[in-house]
Design a protein around this ligand. Structure first.
Ligand code: HEC
Ligand code: HEC
Length: 339
């Protein structure tokens, strides 16, 4: 797909046409008629290409898009504990530490389809959330902070950038390369002891022996973010869930060499190191009250570590796996199987 060239006029049609051309006969089935149905991207689909920043318009909307992007790239400077515009983040983490490259890296927790899929029912709150409320979730959990006013200029700017980034994404839809890439689940529990070995080989050179990363000289943001400890993300954050964490790590870390199409770790290594990083017996984290999460108990994701559960599996199995037996039981009993 030509970079940023697609479609200011008929984005959906042109995107569909390009997918069909790009993936040849292998994924033609059902994909040659445009439809508003949510379509699960096949592995052979070409990755979504977001618009180029040089095409951000030179007008008031464009100014907001640029400001939103700047906030998402440099959040701690504007809105962290030492923020010049407001103090909302509770630690030095910034959005870009997880939503890589201003939220544009394929399978790197990008924002490609975020705007297209909100407002959305969220099981954690048991109600519909807007995209701005979802942003506040990340400010409260991984950033251990307090929610921003939903109508603040800064919140509106961040959401406007996300809207611009996903302007060629069908409403309600997903695109190839968005969010995180699937990973094969293990048939055994993930093992933090083996994970420590992986950590020493592949992670320590940046995130450090103590997992505390490296702060920039200005003391405001990180060169390498911390992976655990009081200054890291809370339990209950999505990054603390084993499957999501393993998916992120496998296709993005080590940050300098791994990408979705050239991962460095095996599935087993990714799960084991994710178990080591997130192990609550080995590593402390800020301790929020998680008792009010998931008001409909059976909607708790299979890899959510905080009990109780509606499925009767032990908390340790929800932490380390194996997850297939939980998923099978839930399927059989009509419970949601999400992770
Ligand atoms: C420690 C990592 C981390 C940090 C830091 C972080 N997030 Fe997130 N964020 C996640 C994960 C993990 C998800 C869940 C993605 C999923 O469900 O697949 C998520 C989800 C989101 C979503 C929903 C995306 C979608 O497509 O559904 C938005 C929007 C978002 N984050 C915005 C932000 C913003 C803005 C910041 C900074 C203020 C931020 N996040 C900081 C890890 C992080
Ligand atoms: C070359 C240095 C480097 C190596 C090696 C590396 N990372 Fe990272 N990691 C980073 C950087 C830099 C970021 C933040 C990205 C950004 O800000 O652009 C990051 C972000 C992360 C995050 C999300 C942010 C957070 O604070 O939780 C996790 C989780 C993570 N790395 C885990 C790992 C694991 C596990 C390994 C080993 C398999 C690893 N990393 C190896 C540089 C590295």
């Amino acid at each position: 797909m030509a970079k940023g060239k697609t479609a200011t006029h008929r984005p959906i049609l042109i995107c569909w046409a390009l997918w069909v051309v790009a993936c040849g006969s292998s994924c033609q089935k059902g994909s040659n008629t445009p439809t508003s149905e949510v379509r699960k991207p096949a592995a052979s689909d070409s990755i979504f290409v977001p618009p180029d920043t040089s095409t951000i318009p030179r007008n008031a909307t464009g100014d907001m898009i640029r400001y939103g992007r700047e906030l998402l790239v440099n959040f701690p400077y504007y809105l962290g504990p030492k923020g010049t515009v407001g103090k909302y983040g509770g630690n030095g983490l910034g959005c870009q530490n997880c939503h890589l490259e201003a939220g544009t890296r394929p399978y790197g927790l990008n924002y490609f389809s975020a705007h297209a899929r909100y407002p959305q029912y969220r099981a954690r709150e048991g109600r519909i959330l807007t995209l701005a409320e979802r942003v506040n979730n990340c400010i409260e959990r991984p950033l251990n902070g307090r929610p921003m006013p939903l109508d603040s200029k800064e919140m509106v700017a961040m959401v406007t950038y996300m809207q611009w980034l996903g302007k060629n994404v069908p409403v309600g839809g997903n695109v190839p390369g968005d969010k995180l890439k699937d990973i094969a689940l293990l048939d055994r529990p993930a093992d933090p002891v083996r994970g420590r070995v992986v950590y020493e080989k592949h992670c320590i050179r940046c995130h450090g022996d103590d997992g505390q990363g490296v702060l920039k000289e200005d003391g405001i943001a990180y060169v390498y973010p911390p992976l655990w400890g009081k200054l890291s993300y809370q339990p209950g954050s999505s990054m603390h869930r084993l499957i999501k964490s393993a998916q992120f790590i496998k296709y993005n870390m080590p940050n300098d060499i791994a990408r979705w199409d050239k991962p460095v770790l095996t599935d087993e290594e990714a799960f084991d190191v994710a178990a080591y990083v997130n192990d609550d017996k080995l590593h402390e984290r800020p301790q929020p009250n998680l008792d009010t999460e998931y008001p409909v108990l059976k909607e708790k994701p299979v890899d959510y570590y905080w009990p109780p559960y509606a499925d009767g599996f032990a908390p340790d199995q929800h932490k380390y796996g194996p997850f297939k037996p939980i998923i099978d039981w839930r399927k059989k009993n009509g419970h949601p199987t999400g992770y």
